[in-house]
Design a protein around this ligand. Structure first.
Ligand SMILES: [Zn+2]
Length: 340
């Protein structure tokens, strides 16, 4: 009897050993066991996808700091500061469409440059990229900080983007190839205050169509930075900022950017309006306490007001008391948690 029990025990041990091995073998359909993606969200990082996002506004990069010029060193300082404080660039179109892929625990930021001047994107005489133009600085920063994505939009007015006509197409193509964007800043940098319907359609339709002669096949110029931040006084004409027709070309903008003076809302916020987005001046000169560094220190002191990503564009994570502030479509899953 004893012997039989002993043998039974041995067979059970063998069976148990086999069972352990079986656990590591994929199941019959070879389907990996699903993990709820919400479990990957570390709530101790306090994700808040109803929080604010800065759209930073630059113009020129130059030797001397001026109201509308940032020096090379200051642009580098800005990028370093953003990096250190946990900000990571996203594209304007990902922002307005709510495709926020920013890593868990980090805050998205949108970089914009207005006018399309030479100091934004310059090739030197030997044909190499000037390390002291905006694009050169961004490319180098991304090379040394690969987790700071190369995302920025350059809003171009008038003809000859970036003012080296022999390189215009090459530059615009390279910019888009690198993942950055160009946007519309009107044909003549017109102040739209007194503009007519025809003016708006020409200024925006002509320019979008013109810029698309430089872009790769299929790329649409569909974002607008308002020159001087001005809108038509006659509000019935605002629709032509968004869409219209010039000759046989139709344009439609998915984002319209104003000039100042405060951080923008989350794209999932109930009051979000992609057709009137505020920007923050990326400067320390004449910013009237509403410049980039003012808001960076504000968010240092009020981290609960900034957007903190959950790392998953399909899940929208927020503290549960903010649920009334959100409106999300059914392609996204809402995930709430109690504030500590
Ligand atoms: Zn401008």
């Amino acid at each position: 009897m004893l012997k039989r029990f002993a043998m039974l025990g041995l067979s059970l041990m063998i069976l148990a050993g086999c069972a352990k091995e079986v656990e590591n073998i994929p199941n019959e359909e070879n389907v990996p066991i699903e993990v709820d993606p919400k479990e990957l969200i570390d709530l101790s990082l306090k994700p808040n996808e109803s929080g604010k996002i800065m759209i930073l506004m630059y113009h020129n990069i130059g030797e001397e700091e001026q109201t509308w010029t940032r020096t090379v060193d200051n642009l580098k300082k800005d990028l370093e500061t953003l990096y250190e404080k946990g900000y990571r660039p996203i594209s304007l179109s990902d922002y307005v469409t709510g495709n926020i892929t920013t890593e868990l625990g980090y805050t998205p930021v949108v970089l914009t440059f207005d006018d399309g001047n030479l100091n934004n994107y310059r090739y030197l005489e030997d044909g190499s990229l000037d390390p002291n133009c905006a694009v050169g600085i961004l490319v180098e920063f991304n090379r040394t900080h690969p987790d700071f994505p190369l995302e920025a939009t350059f809003f171009i007015t008038s003809s000859n983007p970036f003012k080296q006509s022999q390189y215009a197409k090459e530059k615009v193509e390279a910019l888009i190839e690198m993942g950055m964007d160009i946007g519309n800043h009107s044909k003549d940098h017109m102040n739209f205050k007194d503009a007519s319907k025809d003016d708006l359609e020409e200024q925006l339709g002509y320019q979008a169509q013109y810029l698309e002669t430089f872009t790769p096949e299929g790329y649409r110029v569909n974002t607008l930075a308002l020159p001087y931040g001005s809108r038509p006084k006659n509000t019935d004409l605002e629709i032509y900022l968004q869409k219209g027709q010039y000759e046989d070309y139709s344009y439609e903008n998915i984002a319209i950017l104003n000039v100042g003076w405060y951080p923008a809302l989350s794209p999932y916020h109930v009051d979000f309006n992609a057709l009137s987005l505020p920007r923050v001046r990326a400067s320390e000169m004449n910013v009237d306490n509403v410049g980039m560094y003012n808001y960076l220190s504000y968010f240092d002191n009020h981290p609960e007001e900034k957007f903190i990503s959950d790392g998953n564009p399909d899940i929208i994570t927020i503290p549960e008391d903010l649920v009334d502030k959100l409106t999300i479509n059914e392609s996204k899953e809402l995930y709430t948690y109690p504030r500590q």
